[in-house]
Write a protein that binds this ligand. Structure first.
Ligand code: AMP
Length: 352
């Protein structure tokens, strides 16, 4: 049925690589498009490669002409690059999902509109605005760039009374968000897949532990009160439908002591905290993404036991090798050459 089907992927990192691996399981070939595609994690194993800027109209035209559906492994590809696709082509995650996820203010406004609790926040475009927001806030806060922040980058932890001029210089952006600091007991992520027919699939939620703003490890399925899981699933449904999602959206939330979920951010793509689904769910997040964009039926996400996922960063890359001797550990090496500090080199999963 899927003979000659080709899936286009924007981006060439580890998420793209794992999409290529899942697509191959269904006999689907992948065409990767990225500015740094050569020898990249996805570029090493895809069937076709285009190395070009995301704004290269000629390359985009040829790319779209060569694929049956397209998805993006990261949210910062220009919206105009997706808009350049012919109307007949299925484009994931969709324009609305992509545009919303590119800007933290849009994300928070969307959550608010849908009735999903957020921490108090302020839009900041100047040192003067920052100064008055810090005064009203009167507590701990985080100042974040509205765009292009990831893995704790583009963020400054602060508190009321701090010098707004210094902070504004340090964050060095035109548009930022000041968020009140949430005193959470846990960080939780939810993941939903949705296809073009509007069918959805909800993965079991995951508990996450960050170190220096970077995900360190996850455990799943998260053991949480029933009403918390219901609320998270409901938020995921609301967001996916509102954004007319085709593909995946992960929602990161904080869980407070009184079991309230507070929205943090969304990612309209496979998410690091759900890598455990490769071994832990009947259908992994990557397989479900491929199914949802390639018109295949959505698969079961049932799971057995408790799963752990540990990220391996450049500074601890030896752990990938040392775990080969460890029965029961599943090793994923992303094929990156240079083990730089804080660079995600691979991950390991295991169950109990
Ligand atoms: P983010 O890039 O927004 O996901 O932030 C990275 C990490 O910083 C989160 O996973 C949290 O551990 C922490 N963080 C971000 N925003 C807040 C907040 N408003 N209150 C407390 N911790 C936060």
């Amino acid at each position: 049925m899927m003979t000659n089907f080709k899936l286009g992927i924007f981006g060439s990192g580890q998420l793209g690589r794992m999409i290529v691996q899942a697509a191959a399981d269904y006999g689907i070939a992948c065409h990767v498009f990225a500015p740094d595609a050569q020898n990249s994690p996805a570029g090493q194993i895809c069937n076709t490669l285009t190395q070009a800027e995301y704004t290269d109209q000629d390359a985009l035209y040829k790319f779209y002409d060569s694929v049956n559906a397209v998805t993006s492994e990261f949210e910062n590809i220009p919206v105009s690059s997706l808009q350049a696709a012919p109307a007949s082509l299925l484009v994931s995650p969709g324009i609305k999902a992509l545009a919303t996820a590119q800007n933290r203010l849009n994300e928070k406004q969307t959550a608010k509109k849908l009735g999903i609790p957020t921490a108090p926040y302020w839009k900041i475009t100047s040192s003067a605005e920052l100064s008055s927001a810090l005064e009203i806030l009167n507590a701990k806060a985080i100042l974040k760039t509205a765009k292009l922040g990831y893995d704790g980058k583009g963020q400054i932890r602060t508190r009321s009374g701090e010098n707004a001029d210094h902070l504004w210089k340090e964050i060095n952006t035109e548009l930022a968000i000041l968020e009140s600091f949430v005193d959470f007991k846990k960080e939780v992520s939810f993941l939903i897949a949705r296809n073009a027919k509007g069918e959805i699939s909800l993965f079991p939620p995951t508990l996450n532990h960050h170190e220096n703003g970077i995900l360190d490890h996850s455990t799943a399925p998260a053991i949480l009160p029933h009403h918390v899981i219901e609320a998270g699933n409901n938020y995921a449904r609301l967001i996916a439908e509102h954004l007319e999602l085709v593909g995946l959206i992960a929602i990161e939330l904080f869980l407070t002591d009184d079991n309230q979920l507070i929205f943090n951010e969304i990612a309209p793509r496979p998410h690091n905290s759900f890598h455990w689904t490769i071994e832990g769910c009947k259908t992994s997040q990557f397989h479900q993404l491929v199914r949802s964009v390639c018109n295949l039926p959505l698969g079961s996400v049932s799971t057995k036991g408790k799963w752990h996922m540990k990220n391996i960063l450049g500074q601890s890359v030896d752990e990938l090798v040392s775990n080969y001797n460890n029965a029961g550990k599943y090793i994923h090496n992303y094929g990156k050459n240079e083990p730089k500090t804080d660079r995600k080199m691979g991950h390991i999963t295991w169950s109990e």
